[in-house]
Design a protein around this ligand. Structure first.
Ligand code: NAD
Ligand code: TYD
Length: 378
């Protein structure tokens, strides 16, 4: 079947993996990548597919209502996968307005443009889909608990029957109340509410997913994993917030892209699906794995970079633990993560070490100024 799909934020980290997957897997689809190319957007992420006949890049702000509406009409878009957002918690603490503008107003702009365009067609919403990509951070923070008196992590069993390492007995499920704490998660939560409101009020065919922390190639090195790989390589300090005891649930980015493909095609309208890795790590333990892996791959003796760990002032409002229960997605659509964490981390570290030119390119100019400012003010 021929389709025209607009992917927003396709020049960013997750978006570029989604664009690549769709362009390669669906030669009959036309894939339009709409991206403003902020500091986080980089067309080098898509070099390998940029000349494909089923792909077009459009530089545009999702807040540009006229531009978006014209594009939907001109290209006869019948599906939208919306990833464009400001995505870094630390930046949201410094500049919350930009997050409200892009994440809330930008999403609302897309929703309204999609509604107007699709309503103008004879078939209206038939065969259309607005897929909004959100985050687990909207649910707030979970506790770290040790019910059996055992020091976490302990092996537990989700309702799916899958075993995984966990730091507590509660998990984020789709029916949980939203309790965002950072300006980033508050803005994402607000955009999620608008998406659902457009379904409930106007009947727009929406689907929402909330995913845990992603890692893998092409992630901007302000996020923990690429930042630390780059710092280890350059023998720079590794700024561990607080005591490094916060817990995150890590998923390899290509597994997320696979889930997005599945849900875009088979997810039920108006449903929410949580996507997670069944893979909880305390920051400091993850950082030790990273150090070991980078040192090994660089041929350094074990322990060479341990001294780079530097405990710094904690992030304001730092959520203690995130952990997704993705049983619903597994049960209803048969998705589960394909990659073991050890394998994913090895692949990821290798990619960053082998792609130093990419790293040098994204860490010049504004990036240097941002980090100087950030660390001088800590
Ligand atoms: P990213 O910061 O790497 O990329 C965001 C992209 O959006 C960039 O290409 C940027 O240029 C573009 N963009 C920003 N503002 C725009 C605007 N006004 N108009 C058009 N384009 C704009 O982000 P990411 O990590 O790839 O995250 C993508 C989406 O997935 C976000 O919605 C994020 O909330 C969500 N998410 C991310 C994670 C994660 O771990 N990274 C986890 C769960 C959900
Ligand atoms: P991050 O990659 O920013 O993702 P998120 O805040 O969306 O979870 O951070 C992951 C974890 O690592 C989080 O608990 C904050 C912590 N962290 C540090 O300790 N130091 C750092 O320099 C960064 C960027 C993050």
């Amino acid at each position: 079947m021929k389709r025209t799909i607009l992917i927003t934020g396709g020049a960013g980290f997750i978006g570029s993996h989604v664009v690549r997957l769709f362009v390669n897997k669906y030669p009959d689809y036309r894939i339009i990548n709409l991206d403003k190319l902020t500091y986080a957007g980089n067309l080098a992420n898509l070099k390998d597919i940029e000349d494909r006949p089923n792909y077009r890049f459009v530089r545009m702000d999702i807040c540009d209502f006229e531009g978006v509406l014209n594009l939907l009409q001109d290209e006869k878009v019948d599906g939208i996968i919306h990833l464009a957002a400001e995505s870094h918690v630390d930046r949201s603490i410094k500049d919350p307005f930009t997050f409200a503008k892009t994440n809330v107003m930008g999403t609302l702009t897309l929703l309204q443009a999609a509604k107007l365009y699709w309503e103008s067609l004879p078939e209206q919403f038939d065969g259309k889909r607005f897929y909004h990509i959100s985050t687990d951070e909207v649910y707030g923070a979970l506790e770290i608990t040790d019910p059996a008196g055992v020091e976490p992590p302990f092996t537990t069993r989700a309702s799916s029957g899958k075993h995984h390492l966990a730091y507590g007995t509660s998990f984020f499920t789709e029916d949980l109340k939203y309790q965002p704490h950072s300006p980033y998660s508050a803005a994402k939560a607000s955009s999620d509410h608008f998406v659902r409101a457009y379904h409930d009020t106007y009947g727009l065919p929406v689907v929402v997913t909330n995913c845990s922390n992603n890692y893998g190639p092409y992630q901007f090195p302000e996020k923990l994993i690429p930042l630390f790989i780059n710092n280890i390589r350059h023998r720079k300090p590794l700024p561990v917030y607080g005591k490094g005891e916060n817990v995150r649930d890590w998923l390899y980015v290509e597994d997320h892209a696979r889930a997005i493909d599945l849900i875009f095609h088979e997810g039920k309208i108006a449903e929410t699906y949580n996507i997670g890795g069944f893979n909880e790590w305390k920051n400091i333990d993850l950082i030790k794995v990273l150090i070991k892996t980078v040192d090994r791959l660089l041929g350094n003796p074990e322990g060479t970079s341990d001294h780079l760990i530097t405990y710094v002032t904690d992030r304001a409002g730092h959520d203690l633990r995130y952990a997704i229960d993705s049983t619903k997605l597994q049960r209803e659509l048969g998705w589960e993560p394909s990659l073991q964490f050890e394998e994913g981390i090895e692949k990821t570290v290798r990619w960053y070490l082998d792609n130093q030119a990419w790293m040098d390119n994204v860490t010049s100019g504004d990036y240097q100024r941002y980090y100087e400012d950030m660390y001088n003010n800590r």
